[in-house]
Design a protein around this ligand. Structure first.
Ligand SMILES: Cc1ncc(COP(=O)(O)O)c(C=O)c1O
Length: 373
């Protein structure tokens, strides 16, 4: 089966893990701090905290912005379920915006249509790695906080700036199906020092980071170095040195992964765009760069095509299930584009381990399906 996602892990990652193992400290230490610095340098931010996953960063972002009961957060419906959950679990209400049929990104004018006195933030997704139209989003989101889910857009850029650094808070994922993988892992990136202080608190149980404890307190000559002072209450979202040692190696390979993904993407565009019964994705907007995380096509014969591909050894799926259709979120209104995409859109494999032959096989199998129907 040609897989939809695949990671590239080798001897270097293994050696990095071995070093951590031999150091006998597996928790949040030097590797984690180095990863934060190096990832920050890559995306152009010095306010990066690594987390145990992106969902954690999404949960933290709600707390950090003080979003709670009575508040509303606008999000595009085609989205990862953790985004909806983060809003719900904060006690706020997710408000679902429709998406563009071609990019699957939020329709910016939806923000104006949907915002009310209670709207506090917009939680954006850069679908498949293609940056959404931030200039237009900003026009419609004046006065609102902007959170970016940058799980698909690890090195995507918008007018020269990395996605995830364009709003107030950016959330990244390094789980096993992402481009840079750690097994599980994520990062939260914030725009100012005030949010950074909050991120430090919420990442680790609500502890006040400036107040020392343990051996630091001992060094300061405190009599009772075991005291704990909370700034707030929170869960525990820290990462560790094993994960981050893998991440540091992956970071050095990241550009080559994205180059290869782009080549596969190009091959699909060249091979599939002339097929009359399907629609290929658009190129990224001008002055933007994609991370080429997903490739998506659209066809009225989606379900038959999906079955045919799987029967012929090519895995495919549709990400992401429209969140407004999930009953627990309590949404009533129809969103025509998201619902049309739910019937017509399909993701086919894009990753750095695909060979040119694999890409040809995907293209030829899709063409063969067309000849049969
Ligand atoms: C768009 C998007 N956001 C967030 C997440 C959550 O990432 P994590 O698995 O690191 O919690 C995912 C994971 O699939 C995702 O695809």
């Amino acid at each position: 089966m040609i897989q939809l996602f695949s990671s590239t892990l080798g001897e270097e990652e293994l050696a990095a893990v071995k070093r951590v193992f031999e150091s006998r400290f597996l928790g949040y230490g030097n590797e984690s701090k180095s990863f934060e610095k190096e990832f920050g340098a890559k995306i152009g931010s010095n306010r990066v905290l690594a987390t145990n996953c992106c969902t954690a960063a999404l949960y933290m972002s709600m707390k950090m912005l003080g979003i709670g009961p009575g508040d509303e957060v606008i999000i595009p419906s085609i989205n990862f379920v953790g985004c909806g959950n983060a809003i719900m679990d904060a006690g706020a209400r997710p408000v679902f915006a429709d998406v563009e049929l071609d990019t699957l990104n939020i329709i910016p004018s939806e923000i104006s249509r949907l915002r009310t006195r209670n709207t506090r933030a917009v939680l954006l997704l850069h679908y498949g790695g293609h940056p959404c139209n931030l200039d237009e989003v900003r026009e419609h989101a004046r006065g609102l906080r902007i959170i970016e889910d940058s799980a698909c857009s690890v090195v995507s850029t918008y007018q020269g700036k990395n996605c995830g650094t364009l709003g107030d808070i950016g959330c990244f994922s390094f789980d096993s199906m992402k481009i840079l993988v750690m097994g599980d892992g994520g990062a939260i990136v914030v725009k100012d020092d005030e949010l950074l202080e909050k991120a430090k608190q919420y990442r680790y149980l609500g502890m006040a980071p400036k107040l020392s404890s343990g051996t630091d307190s001992l060094a300061e000559g405190k009599d009772r170095w075991w005291e704990i002072q909370l700034a707030t209450t929170s869960n525990r979202y820290t990462t560790n040195d094993i994960l981050c040692s893998i991440g540091r190696v992956q970071l050095r390979k990241l550009d080559s992964f994205v180059r290869r993904r782009k080549a596969i993407w190009r091959a699909y565009q060249a091979g599939l765009s002339t097929i009359p019964w399907l629609t290929c994705p658009p190129e990224p907007l001008p002055q933007t760069e994609s991370s080429y995380y997903l490739y998506w096509l659209r066809t009225d014969k989606r379900d038959q095509l999906a079955k045919y591909l799987v029967d012929n050894g090519i895995y495919c799926t549709f990400r992401y299930y429209p969140l407004h259709l999930i009953p627990q979120y309590g949404w009533k209104e129809k969103l025509p584009n998201a619902e049309q995409l739910d019937r017509t859109a399909l993701n086919i494999p894009v990753h750095q381990n695909l060979t040119d032959n694999d890409a040809d096989r995907v293209i030829e199998t899709i063409k063969a399906f067309g000849r049969r129907t």
